[in-house]
Design a protein around this ligand. Structure first.
Ligand code: NQM
Length: 362
């Protein structure tokens, strides 16, 4: 791509409970700084309303997926997730997104990167943010993406065709600090990473119930201060360095289940409170609850058998298959993670970014 583009080919998809702009890597500048500058102008950032761009004024709707044919033999396509700041001019590749991941297979098929199977298509995806692999399988009767289906996910009205996402066993340790519990900024937490670095905290130790609405929690200034302290200290302990300006680790408050699930959650991503829960966030919570000696003990109610866990969140629940194994060294690893999502193409076309500020004005 040369000069200042008039418009850029783009597809807007809902992926799970998030919404994002999907691009072919070749349609964006190769230089990360030029790419990020373009994406800020595409999304309308920085501006709390993102009024002059595609962004939806919330971290869950200010997301970008960059997809290309995979550079390696283990995957069909490579997927880079970029979180675009809403009111800050920041674009971060420090986290992954399992919700936008649900749209990557259908997008790759639409753009001709993979060919359709019959009656379903499986796409092997390398998630460039972490290097991990995922396999997404979705119905393609007659070689076309099914636009309707019977899968319902909490937080999205109606039903749609399922996208089954499996995360092959990576063998990576689940506990970045090596401990099932850590005392962080005076609070006992479990730091866990099953695809998303997450700090688990029993809600009551922060003087909330864990059943409050996201808005009420966001308006609690004392809670915000405590969460910030815990996050900065936990980030260092988890080997993430100074996390002041990063979107990881996430923080999940745990409370006993109220609707037949294993646990109730309120997740901070990391400042706004999620209206549901992220996919990899849920994968980390689910694995963290299975850690022997973790802070989930006494709060969560794990089913006596099977891998399936129901994680309750502000707008319903997310069912996830999650297994944890203890090897000879005694440190836990994820043995299985799988989840069902849905995705939907909203538009396909050309997006016109806000013009770049000429160098002399910057
Ligand atoms: O955890 C939100 C989301 C996410 C990320 C966030 C996600 C995941 O709901 O895999 O999907 O934690 O910032 O899209």
């Amino acid at each position: 791509m040369t000069g200042r583009p008039e418009g850029v080919r783009c597809m807007l998809l809902r992926g799970g409970t998030s919404k994002g702009a999907y691009f072919l890597a070749g349609d964006l500048p190769a230089d990360p700084a030029a790419r990020d500058d373009l994406l800020l102008r595409v999304m309308g950032s920085p501006d709390p309303h993102q009024i002059d761009g595609l962004g939806g004024a919330h971290p869950l709707t200010s997301k970008v997926a960059v997809v290309s044919l995979s550079a390696g033999p283990e995957a069909d396509v490579d997927y880079l997730f970029l979180q675009v700041g809403v009111d800050k001019p920041e674009v971060s590749d420090r986290q992954n997104c399992g919700n936008l991941l649900a749209g990557v297979g259908p997008f790759a098929l639409e753009r001709g990167l993979v060919t359709a199977g019959e009656p379903e298509t499986s796409v092997r995806i390398r998630m460039l943010n972490t290097g991990d692999l995922a396999v997404a399988t979705f119905p393609t009767p007659g070689g076309r993406i099914a636009v309707t289906g019977g899968a319902e996910i909490s937080g999205v009205p109606g039903t749609a065709a399922p996208v089954v996402i499996e995360f092959p066993m990576s063998g990576s340790p689940l506990l970045p600090t090596g401990n099932a519990r850590d005392l962080v900024a005076g609070t006992e937490v479990t730091c866990v990473d099953n695809g998303m670095p997450t700090v688990l905290i029993p809600a009551t130790v922060l003087d909330v119930t864990g059943y409050e609405a996201p808005r009420e929690l966001e308006e609690n200034g004392v809670l915000a201060g405590r969460l910030r302290e815990i996050r900065l200290a936990a980030g260092r302990l988890m080997g993430l360095g100074d996390v002041e300006h990063t979107t990881v680790p996430k923080l999940t408050l745990l409370a006993p289940p109220r609707d037949g699930g294993a646990v109730t959650t309120r997740t901070f991503i990391p400042v706004r409170c999620h209206t549901s829960i992220g996919v990899l966030g849920a994968a980390s919570v689910a694995a963290g609850l299975r850690v022997v000696g973790g802070v989930g003990e006494g709060t969560a109610q794990l089913p006596p058998t099977g891998d399936r866990l129901r994680i309750e969140h502000p707008t319903g629940f997310l069912d996830i298959e999650s297994g944890v194994a203890y090897g000879r060294g005694g440190s836990p690893t994820a043995s299985r993670t799988a989840v069902v999502r849905t995705a939907r193409k909203i538009f396909d076309g050309t997006v016109f970014p806000r013009p770049a500020v000429p160098a002399s004005h910057s």
